[in-house]
Design a protein around this ligand. Structure first.
Ligand code: SF4
Length: 238
């Protein structure tokens, strides 16, 4: 089922409002950049590194980067070769090194070396899109904003049975942003969003999701389809 732009997003009101907050409190990951006192710059660098990488491999690389270049000004004048040597530990190419430096140059030149505090200004930075801008606003500045990346898309898509586009900038992804916004509990966006991301990584994984142990399985479209298929297979075998 593919939602049309004019359609209302499917209702997920059956999920308790604090579900992902509680999940985060019990099972959340403790990355360095999630610690209190991490600068907005540190959060932005982490989000740019996390794209298409395995999160568990990012901490030592992130630490190296923020120690070697403690702020946008230092990063803006980094040697591309040196930056590449650091990011390639994550299997990343020269493009990511260039992206980090271009972002830092724009922050230095246009925002006096200070990470901007709103989505529009963040999105005006090179290589910063709708997900990273909102993640930084939420995690670094405490904004009550929903976030949608490919992992959140996967969870929402399985829960509802909707085929959501992989590209979060596509117009049809509007439905996913609306669903994510409706899930947001009042005043707890940070823990909720972190819980949603960690739930996607640990339970609703890209391959072999742990539906048998998932507290949402009872009403999840994907789990229902899998169970239905299993029952039909059993009937067929009987
Ligand atoms: S039941 Fe399975 S598919 Fe549904 S949310 Fe849980 S892990 Fe994901």
């Amino acid at each position: 089922m593919e939602p049309r732009a004019s359609e209302q997003p499917p209702c997920l009101a059956w999920i308790p409002k604090d579900f992902f907050v509680q999940w985060f409190r019990q099972h959340g990951r403790t990355f360095h950049w999630r610690q209190p006192g991490t600068s907005p710059y540190g959060v932005l660098v982490a989000e740019m590194l996390l794209r298409q990488t395995r999160a568990s491999m990012v901490p030592p690389v992130w630490e190296q980067l923020v120690q070697r270049y403690p702020g946008p000004t230092e990063l803006s004048t980094a040697s591309l070769e040196e930056l590449y040597q650091i990011v390639q530990q994550l299997g990343l190419g020269r493009q990511r090194a260039t992206a980090l430096r271009s972002m830092a140059q724009a922050v230095t030149e246009r925002f006096a070396g200070k990470i901007p505090e709103n989505v529009k200004a963040l999105e005006s930075l090179p290589h910063v899109g709708p997900y990273v801008s909102r993640a930084v606003c939420c995690f670094a500045f405490g904004e009550q904003l929903a976030i949608v990346d490919s992992n959140v898309l996967r969870v929402l898509s399985r829960l509802t049975g909707c085929q959501l586009p992989r590209d979060i900038r596509r117009s049809r992804a509007r439905c996913a942003w609306e669903m994510a916004a409706r899930l947001l509990p009042e005043g707890a966006a940070r823990e909720h969003n972190l819980g949603l991301l960690d739930f996607a990584a640990a339970v609703c994984k890209p391959v072999n999701p742990h539906c048998a142990a998932c507290p949402l399985a009872g009403q999840c479209h994907h789990a229902g389809a899998v169970i239905g298929r299993g029952e039909r297979d059993l009937e067929g075998a009987a």
